[in-house]
Ligand binder design. Sequence first.
Ligand code: MTE
Length: 323
Amino acid sequence: MYWRRTMRRVKSWILAGSAVTPRPVYEARRRLLQAGAGLVVGSLLPVRSRAVAPAGGVFANAPRGGFGTDEALTPHEFVTGYNNFYEFGTDKADPAAHAHSLRPRPWQVVIDGAVASPLTLDIDEFLKPQQLEERIYRLRCVEGWSMVIPWIGLPLADVLRRVEPLGSAKYVEFTTLHDPEQMPGQRRDVLPWPYVEGLRLDEAMHPLSFLAVGVYGDLLPNQNGAPLRLVVPWKYGFKSVKSIVRIRFTEQQPKTAWNVVAPREYGFYANVNPAVDHPRWSQARERRLGEGLFTARRPTLPFNGYAEEVASLYSDMDLSRDY
Ligand code: MTE
């Protein structure tokens, strides 16, 4: 009953999210038109792209880490204005409009479960500059759009090793803050709260898996998952859980939010895969946010372009079944 009700709502939101022109796209287009660029030229032009960290950003000098891409960065206004964060509403503009109620300080993260040395870390532990680097990653959302985002953060494995996982640990579960006062969207039963995501242990330990504390050279804005969020660039964006308060090693596969709500649509693995359609739409192509409106959708790459690094993790699996 619960998921039937939710499914109906999820359906309309997702269609609403992917079928209409994204708000930052039309706002940017309107600005161009107002600037007198002219209808034809204006709507063909990509919106302004900022390719460097903002001057004065607290992490402006973070070294560039590996796994880079020379693709154009998605403009800051899309990265911070077109978001999925259902704790603040289901519209793409809701998180930027409402996430001011989240208090990312003080903040602690519990790391426990099947480990020899559980830890509770203050957020300042994650913010020490000497361990931080910038990683430019593609993010592909299951809804058919993508971005190229300059994150600041640290390899997830560096944090996980500190608690000495036991041999019995097979998965890692990540949990978002549960506090309807700070996150008013949690008063509605649109998802099972708190939002939970999970990775297999080898995925979590993979050098691409990243914990972000910043974006575009500065601290994460609340709408992007302040103060700490996961980034797993070869998986659909819903795996990248925001505002994490707990990281738990488990023996059983974690029950993850979208997989619980609609298991046929959102698998546990959620590897980006152009060959496996979502039950209601193709995953073969994607729209890069910030590009001109008439720019053709680009082909989606297996594992979001990171196949060389991660395909071997799945060599014995049928990815059309374990989607
Ligand atoms: N984490 C929480 N806690 N709640 C959410 O609704 N949405 C996910 C993911 N992490 C979500 C979340 C989805 S569907 C996507 S596509 C990404 O966050 C979006 O990240 P962004 O808004 O920073 O681009």
